[in-house]
Design a protein around this ligand. Structure first.
Ligand code: ACM
Length: 509
């Protein structure tokens, strides 16, 4: 009896011990250095030099670099209390920001000596990436909104950095719960720190419609009213002015907005507002539950295509970025032949209005060349011929999956996803028939069924989104290095008031 007990205890202790070792005090926190940056830089050569920021430090912005200089000055003035004036003359004790080499569009070169910090790139996108790196080279107190009385020292050396993938995305679902423009902007500011360069906005679904379309005003009058959203909590919508303000704020941070209108499924809110969009012309009841797959546009009615074209035309006109996402997922109540008829007419409309179409992986069945396919679910068929991919495997990148069954918020239909699960895969090898050259990049979607406020968004996104950002940016992955670097980021989030999940897998400092 006793022996059995001990044996059971020993058996149980094994996995527990393994977890405890994983979670334990772990290695010493990393000092801030060129190699502690998130996502990891492609190449770093540290030196013993130190650049000391002080009252007299200036920022010298070359032609075209002024908005990036403003971004850095705005980030560093509050906590340092230094004026950090922006000029065009270069001197010592200066942070020089200028367009020039290197040539890759998002690459940058950052050199730090005793006298100057020199940031160069061939595009403003590259300069913004360099600024995001530089921000992590000052201590966490730099994130304070009030003056901190301390030394501000940047470690010296040379960083030469460029992304592995061109598309590094996050997605926010405004349909199941509306998030205000200020919340969206705060999320953009947070994700851009990790060189995430696309924010996909899921703007319509069964429970709500969140972007004003002039030609079809009831979409938002009805679909964005109070009482829409899951459980009827979270009405609201973006006006064109809101949307343009968000895209401009995002552009300053090298983030491109990718708008999505989900069709031909996920359209109940549109059909409540316009019953002619159903096959029988009868308005369905508004829905505030989380079921999927019951609504469909009617492929045999011309009004369907007038609606789709008007929405695409208006949305394309307000969108500066190159992409327009038309959903296409979980159209379980659209007969397959109708699905193909619909997509073969609608995908070319996206091109007609100057945008590159993106669709969830189901859209690959339409075989429309030039469509970017967003992979999300290994249970759904994927034709081998499909072209370029954005990878969002639900069991790795869906930020609304719970960390474990005890953490608050989120769902777990694709399993639970701890930080190491989110980090442990290779986007270049996920799909056996898709070589790395056909992978445009990665995206971490955050669906809003259980979300209410910004704290809920941040808790599910951070720190997992950083894992996806590193897989998208850095040339190689290394879990032990990643967890140590991530551990140093906690105090930065704390200073910013970000509600992050303090995963037991990470040695937080
Ligand atoms: C999806 O999660 N339905 C794309």
């Amino acid at each position: 009896m006793r022996v059995t007990h001990l044996a059971v205890a020993a058996f149980l202790a094994l996995p527990l011990a393994a977890t405890a070792a994983d979670a334990g005090p772990g290695p010493e926190p990393l000092p801030i250095s060129l190699t502690s940056v998130l996502p990891a830089v492609a190449s770093a050569t540290p030196t013993s030099a130190r650049f000391r920021l002080n009252e007299a430090t200036t920022i010298a912005a070359g032609a075209g670099a002024l908005p990036v200089a403003d971004l850095l000055a705005a980030a560093w003035r509050p906590a340092t209390g230094f004026p950090l004036p922006i000029s065009t003359t270069t001197d010592t004790n200066t942070i020089r920001i200028g367009l020039g080499e290197p040539v890759d569009s998002e690459a940058y070169r950052l050199e730090i000596t005793e006298e100057v910090i020199d940031l160069r790139a061939s595009t403003t996108a590259g300069l913004v990436n360099g600024v995001q790196t530089l921000r992590q080279l000052l201590p966490p107190e730099i994130e304070s909104s009030t003056v901190q009385n301390r030394q501000w020292t940047v470690p010296g050396g040379l960083i030469e950095d460029r992304p592995r993938f061109a598309y590094r995305g996050a997605m926010l679902d405004l349909a199941r719960h509306f998030h205000t423009p200020d919340e969206v902007k705060r999320y953009i500011d947070q994700i851009s720190r990790f060189k995430i360069n696309h924010l996909h906005l899921h703007l319509s679904d069964d429970q709500g419609w969140r972007i004003r379309i002039d030609g079809w005003p009831r979409l938002t009058e009805v679909g964005g009213a109070e009482g829409t959203g899951v459980r009827g909590i979270g009405g609201g919508y973006l006006t064109e002015a809101d949307y343009r303000d968000i895209t401009a704020f995002a552009a300053e941070r090298n983030v491109t907005i990718v708008p999505e209108i989900d069709m031909p499924g996920h359209v109940n809110a549109a059909q409540v507002a316009y019953p002619e969009l159903t096959c029988d012309g009868v308005a369905p009841r508004p829905r505030i539950d989380i079921r999927v797959g019951y609504s469909s546009l009617c492929a045999g009615k011309e009004v369907t295509y007038r609606f789709a074209e008007d929405v695409i035309r208006e949305l394309a006109a307000m969108t500066p970025g190159p992409y327009l996402h038309i959903g296409g997922d979980e159209a379980h109540s659209t007969p397959h032949a109708d699905y193909l008829t619909f997509q073969k007419r609608v995908l070319p409309l996206v091109r007609k209005y100057g945008k590159i179409p993106i669709g969830w992986q189901e859209i690959a069945a339409a075989g429309e060349p030039g469509t970017v396919v967003q992979y999300w679910n290994r249970e759904v068929d994927l034709p081998e011929h499909a072209g370029r991919f954005i990878l969002s495997p639900a069991d790795k990148t869906y930020l609304d999956m719970q960390y474990d069954l005890l953490t608050p918020g989120g769902l777990h239909w694709a399993g639970t996803t701890e930080v190491d699960d989110a980090y442990s895969w290779d986007p270049g090898r996920l799909l056996p028939h898709v070589p790395e050259e056909r992978v445009l990049g990665v995206e971490a979607p955050l669906w809003s069924e259980t979300l209410r406020d910004l704290g809920d968004i941040e808790f599910l996104a951070f720190p997992r989104l950083v894992a996806i950002a590193e897989l998208g940016w850095s040339p190689r992955s290394d879990w032990d290095s990643f967890r140590r670097r991530l551990g140093t980021y906690g105090p930065r989030w704390t200073r910013q008031g970000v509600r992050y999940y303090s995963s037991p897998r990470i040695p937080w400092s």
